[in-house]
Design a protein around this ligand. Structure first.
Ligand SMILES: [Zn+2]
Length: 184
């Protein structure tokens, strides 16, 4: 799809843009996210029940972000669902005739012939959805990962014990054989 789109055109046509995002589409997110899986979006142009033009933005998927406590990756579910009312600069300046509900909504001010970058818009929404401090919600999730990194692998540990035991049982016999040989 084309990255750049006209919000007013989308509303007029009652159309929507859909697709999948990759980390290269979202340069600002590269500072926080380690990787992302299946991040899907939809930007739909519509009019709310009051006839106000709006963009409905839905982003769903999963990001790997790094936990600030244990520096391990943690999965973060993105589930954005926000409506942005759109207005021309003239409409935004004229406050008469506005109904109260739009005052509570986020408003995007766009000229009639202006095009926006879809990925920039989506990136802003994702950044807003990220936690202020990224950390495993349960501290035990951090501890478990640290322990599993430090502990030796069970297979290696078992093998080491077996070879130690074998050496210990073999040596006395070898010594005994030597002694017996010398005694004869
Ligand atoms: Zn952690």
């Amino acid at each position: 799809m084309a990255r750049r789109f006209s919000p007013w055109n989308l509303v007029d046509r009652n159309a929507s843009l859909e697709g999948q995002l990759s980390l290269t589409d979202l340069p600002q997110l590269q500072d926080v996210a380690l990787s992302l899986q299946e991040l899907e979006y939809q930007i739909a142009g519509l009019k709310d029940p009051f006839g106000t033009p709006a963009l409905s933005i839905v982003i769903k998927g999963k990001l790997q972000i790094s936990c600030e406590r244990c520096i391990q990756g943690m999965s973060f579910t993105v589930d954005c669902n926000s409506d942005l009312a759109i207005k021309t600069p003239v409409q935004a300046a004229t406050r008469s005739g506005e109904h109260e509900l739009t005052d509570d909504c986020d408003v995007l001010i766009v000229e009639r012939d202006e095009k926006l970058d879809a990925f920039d818009l989506l990136q802003d929404e994702i950044l807003l959805a990220l936690p202020l401090v990224a950390a495993h919600s349960n501290i035990e999730d951090c501890g478990e990962k640290v322990v599993s990194v430090l502990a030796p692998l069970p297979a290696l540990e078992e093998k080491a014990q077996t070879s130690d035991a074998a050496e210990q049982t073999n040596k006395p016999f070898a010594d005994l054989a030597n002694l017996l040989g010398k005694a004869d």
